[in-house]
Design a binder for this molecule. Sequence first.
Ligand SMILES: [Zn+2]
Length: 115
Amino acid sequence: MSTFPPCPACGSALTYEDGSGNYVCPECAHEWPVKTEAATDDATARVWRDAAGNALQDGDTVTVIKDLKLKGGGGVVKQGTKVKNIRLVDGDHDIDCKIDGFGAMSLKSEFVRKS
Ligand SMILES: [Zn+2]
């Protein structure tokens, strides 16, 4: 038995597939395509990996694998520093985090390893 996703417009669970590639909601008449690869492929396919190739997730704890000099004489984040509760973001520095003693900062995933 197959299950259909709830209606994105009204939340109804009584949706069905109409046989032409669309889901249909009988309650609000909303229709939307069954296939969503085009919409999700690039947007959600990115996987963040640490220096060892492990996939990273929001909330992970990682360890810094090399001394990282901060810009503007902000000090050095030492190799071996544990960073809790990372947040993955798009960009050159693809990890947002907070490090004790340093505050909020950005790291590159290639310089950390999942703990
Ligand atoms: Zn609906």
